[in-house]
Design a protein around this ligand. Sequence first.
Ligand code: NOJ
Ligand code: CA
Length: 675
Amino acid sequence: MKLLTSFCLILSTMWMVSCSSLSDTRVTSPDGRISLSFTLDEQAAPVYQVDVEEHPFLLPSRLGFCDAEGHPLSQGFQVRDVDFSSVDENWTQPWGENKELRNCYNEMAVTLDNEAGIRLLLRFRLFDDGLGFRYEYDVPGVDSLLLTDELTTFALAAADGPSWSIPAHYDTYELLYRSMPLAEVETANTPMTFQVAGQYASIHEAALTDFPEMTLQRVTPGCFKAELAPWPDGIKARFAGGHFVTPWRTVQLAEEAVGLINSSLLLNLNEPCVLPSADWIRPMKYVGIWWGMHLGIEGWAMGDRHGATTANALRHIDFAAANQIEAVMFEGWNQGWENWGGNQVFDYTQPYEDFDMEKIAAYAAEKGVQIIGHHETGGNIFNYERQLDKAFGWYAAHGIHSVKTGYAGGLPQGHNHHGQFNVRHYRKVVQKAAEYRLTIDAHEPIKDTGIRRTYPNMMTREGARGMEWNAWSEGNPPSHHVLLPFTRLLAGPMDYTPGIFDILYERAKKSPLRKQWNMRDSKDCRVNTTLAKQIALWVILYSPLQMASDLIENYEGHPAFQFFRDFDADCDWSKAVAGEPGEYVAIVRRAGEKYFFGAATNEEARSMALKLDFLQPGQTYRAVVYADAPDADWETNPTAYVIREQSVTSNDSLDIRMARGGGQAITFLPVTGTE
Ligand code: NOJ
Ligand code: CA
């Protein structure tokens, strides 16, 4: 086994393959801009190359796997068959940034086999906005397969551009994004976004349901090899029998950075919906008993500061009902929070004594407000899996259709969060939840790879540094929110939980209940944005479950909260209209007849012209603008904002001004004849 592993290492570093000709087998994108060539090299190992507009983008790059038994999974192949096909179809999803999508690609399916009888089908799909490829292996005569390495390589032809990513880590994505020269990236988690040769690009994966996650490891500057999150024994992936299919390895491509955001390549590479019906799944806005715990003025466990009490829950339900907010979420309602940080053993059907679930559920139903349940596991997935049926059944019996899950803690038995073992767990939870008509909002999740198309009850997830980091750390810098849309959010929705209006925690700091339990010495704990930017983030950071995360008392009587009242999390159409990673971003979304606009900037103040040509022609709209005040500044004057209204049509344009660390949000409400 040791010998074989080193053999694989040698193979994997031989990225610069020499091939007789790469024009043997070639497929192009429907618009002809991107082409992919396939060939076998001198060891009869599969190799691919990508050109964009006739210029090399990926140099000849290796494909294949190694396993513990030394099966020749990566060489000695002959091409048996090459099939070309094309698809151009429209499909709809029950919810999403865009409900109507087009799936248009050319496929080349290359069937290979070798003397060991191994059959490998390599499926390459080329879209106008990038490409994906996956492996389908059949190894005869084996009871199981233990993969030890993936050889897939992305050998970029040029590495002299910038890049935006977090480092590879098998347990967390809650890391700060780095803007750095691509050539200096040693490891990266995906999506890794970069700009070279006049193209913006992002490497990621699609349809990860039974495989470890892929990260990127530098081989030479600009040349990256796939690295898979391991099992505790070092094996990367294990399968019963000799058949396995990998997730898609993807490269999104766009001439403008916002083109990456507007791409639906990842969803197109996922399987269609498998749920018998999805009409019970709908996007919602929510508030919750949450931020108080992170600030340290409330606690999860029962005690003097307990947040999830019956009275507090009813107060939140009243607030939601009065403010056109569909749902409420309560954390710290169930037994098991006493030893937070230890080996958690939560009970998912035992509420604390001061949380009267029957009364709360009945009150929510009476008020027409949905409850989003909460299951923190602390990483103890065995305890969770044991209770899964009972826990989901219990929620369903209380009329609950949505659960926020959490995995804040190390996993048992040496497993990591992103390996195949836990990927299977996340998938099991999604499938089981669907049986009980529950949607999932996973925190500390596996990264998003678009499986929401197949399981639309997998609604949103965390998977990056969210709002919570501002409560107890140095916080997320102003550039964070203009990096996320070009990196993490390319993968799918994020439950960032924006909307803190008490930017400097003035209320929390005055609270006699606040203890140092959760907060760092607080003088440098704050939200590093302006208030207007917090509003804009409700639009920018797409989540079908969108939270207004501040203490509800901070919204009472606040004029700017009108934005959230008007906001609709169930959008139909979206477009990123301008932006550069780490600098700024501007996104517009339509929900029914309303439009919502959000723009945000990093530490620099900036202005941009926004053409309103996305509005319906001939229709007049009341534009309600939530802007940074002229003297606003995220550091010195973060809460200064102005609200102004004007009448606009699709022929107009608006001057969007943003303060340092600021932003702007606009609601466009159609004016009816009677107004
Ligand atoms: C981490 C989650 O991201 C956060 O939202 C939650 O409050 C805590 N875990 C406790 O479950
Ligand atoms: Ca978290």
